[in-house]
Design a binder for this molecule. Structure first.
Ligand code: 1HA
Length: 270
């Protein structure tokens, strides 16, 4: 697979293959632990994916084959958050989680090796997860003095159930790919050397589907869980669809032409 670079970053690799974008954490020496810069670069890349009409699906992954992501880089964890060059402590991965969930295109986590701590939560919030046989999943928060009580707790519990989610957080055990699949935490497990080809094949199946239908489905899945923010997303898509209609355009045209709108010919469906 011939990936073409989209934009140069310092701590991630951002590339494209047809309608597929790939965002890959490039810090394999620390199992792809993230700093505030890594996260900011992933946010920037996600925004580019959102704006680019030729991109239909996004793969989130890590370089090296030994880790997806091991969470926040503990060596830059300071007083109140993770500290970058500007010396400001941040928990900006929470913003990235929200973007992954609300971006109107499917995001697929492609997991080889460790998906641990805040890195585990990143795969949890993705739409789908394809894992290699060497993948290992788990939370470490209560062991290293942290916790993610947001999507890391509530959304995890929606996926694996309350008992299992509490086990994952309270015991901080690690689970192999098979166990993760059995608890519904990953969609598919494949040998490591087939991970990328399988994930790309899934992407191609998705790219053949109606983008508006996929967009509506993603916001519909989110709506129930995300309260007013979820309804806002779904309703935004309803507005988008309405703007495509002649009925809505009559309203705009009448305003621009300084006349009364005539909605009489539009049906009042049962
Ligand atoms: O909880 C949150 C948040 C909550 C709310 C809001 C924001 C949040 C943001 C982040 C987080 C968190 O992510 S907390 C959880 C942080 N992560 C961890 O506790 C995982 C730490 N790593 C490990 O437990 C292990 O490395 C491992 C189970 C993933 C793999 O073990 P293994 O195969 O024995 O490798 P190891 O030798 O430990 O790691 C290889 C190198 O990578 C080591 O460096 P070296 O000694 O060779 O110099 C290791 O220190 C480094 N490394 C691995 N993970 C991290 C790391 N360095 C910094 N931070 C890491 N997370």
């Amino acid at each position: 697979i011939q990936w073409t670079p989209i934009k140069e970053f310092k701590e991630i690799i951002f590339s494209q293959f047809g309608g597929i974008a790939k965002i890959s954490i490039n810090r394999p020496q620390v199992h792809n632990a993230f700093t505030p810069l890594t996260v900011q670069e992933m946010i920037d890349a996600m925004r580019i994916c959102q704006d680019r009409t030729d991109i239909g699906v996004i793969i989130l992954t890590g370089e090296g084959g030994r880790a997806f992501c091991s969470g926040g880089d503990q060596s830059v964890r300071g007083h109140g958050g993770y500290v970058g060059e500007d010396t400001v402590p941040r928990l900006n991965v929470l913003e990235l989680q929200k973007i992954i969930r609300s971006i109107p295109k499917p995001v697929i986590a492609m997991v080889a090796g460790w998906a641990i701590g805040g890195g585990h939560v990143l795969h949890v919030v993705c739409d789908l997860t394809v894992a290699a046989e060497n993948a290992r999943f788990g939370q470490t928060g209560p062991k290293v003095g942290s916790f993610d009580g947001g999507f890391g707790a509530s959304y995890l519990a929606r996926i694996v159930g309350q008992k299992k989610a509490r086990e994952i957080w309270y015991l901080c055990d690690q689970y192999d790919a098979q166990e993760a699949r059995e608890m519904g935490l990953v969609n598919k497990v494949v040998p490591l050397d087939q991970l990328e080809a399988t994930t790309v094949a899934w992407c191609h199946k998705i790219l053949q589907k109606s983008p508006l239908a996929l967009r509506m489905l993603k916001s519909s899945f989110n709506a129930e869980l995300d309260g007013q923010a979820g309804i806002q997303e779904l309703a935004g898509n309803a507005t988008l669809l309405y703007y495509l209609s002649d009925e809505a355009k009559e309203g705009r045209n009448a305003y621009v032409e300084k006349r009364q709108p005539d909605f009489s010919k539009y049906p009042k469906f049962p």
